[in-house]
Design a protein around this ligand. Structure first.
Ligand code: DX5
Ligand code: ZN
Length: 216
């Protein structure tokens, strides 16, 4: 399965959003974190900012850390996000929502916090294009990678292979040159990296380095 690098713009220079997104144009998509201050203890931005990123050069991977995604996520698909990720812990009807996102032309992705087990949704994997296994508690950039999520990544990859499905596994949180190989070996193939890329003065070089470590 092809590896993909999705920089998270959560901690970029927001006053220069256009050039910040342009600086990561060698990535596969831009990961945009939407936080509602209820599902997570932090507030970021909403639809108007996401729409302005959609108008830029990269496909948008929207990560919705919000309550009641059943109500709000479809608008992100309508806004032109290539994929819309919502949290299992917050969704009322994840299958219905995934089908609605597909109907609106977006890929549907299901996210799990570190304490959430994959087992209850193993039979639902075929409804999704991607599973996001959080490798930090969602809410903030710059936290250390949780090695205790590697077993869950491996379990999820095994279940996807056994069912002969084409479902990507995304990891988000603490991904860097030090951790990306472990996540890749466990079975992840879509890598979100915020601080590793945006703290680097050479974004293209950092993206290339992460890509080659993941491909290894
Ligand atoms: C955290 C967000 C992440 C965050 C990752 O809840 O979902 O996308 O930006 O940042 P790093 O790569 O710094 O852990
Ligand atoms: Zn994220």
């Amino acid at each position: 399965m092809e590896n993909r690098i999705h920089p998270s713009i959560l901690n970029c220079d927001i006053s220069a959003l256009g050039s910040e997104v342009a600086s990561i144009s060698s990535a596969d998509a831009v990961h945009v974190d939407v936080m509602d201050n209820h599902f997570v203890p932090n507030l970021s931005w909403g639809l108007p900012v996401v729409e302005s990123v959609v108008a830029g050069p990269l496909p948008v991977d929207a990560h919705l850390m919000m309550m009641d995604p059943d109500r709000w996520a479809p608008a992100y698909a309508e806004a032109g996000c290539a994929s819309v990720t919502f949290h299992l812990e917050a969704a009322h009807a994840p299958v219905r929502l995934a089908r609605e996102l597909h109907r609106l032309g977006a890929r549907a992705c299901l996210a799990l916090k570190p304490a959430t087990d994959i087992a209850p949704v193993i039979d639902l994997l075929s409804e999704f294009d991607m599973i996001l296994i959080m490798t930090v508690e969602p809410g903030f950039g710059g936290q250390p990678f949780l090695d205790n999520q590697l077993a869950k990544i491996a379990r999820t990859r095994r279940a996807i292979s056994e069912a002969n499905l084409d479902v990507a596994i995304q990891v988000d949180g603490g991904i860097s040159r030090e951790t990306i190989e472990r996540a890749s070996e466990a079975g992840a193939n879509v890598f979100v990296a915020g601080s590793a890329i945006f703290r680097s003065p050479d974004r293209a070089g950092e993206i290339a380095a992460l890509r080659s470590l993941a491909d290894h």
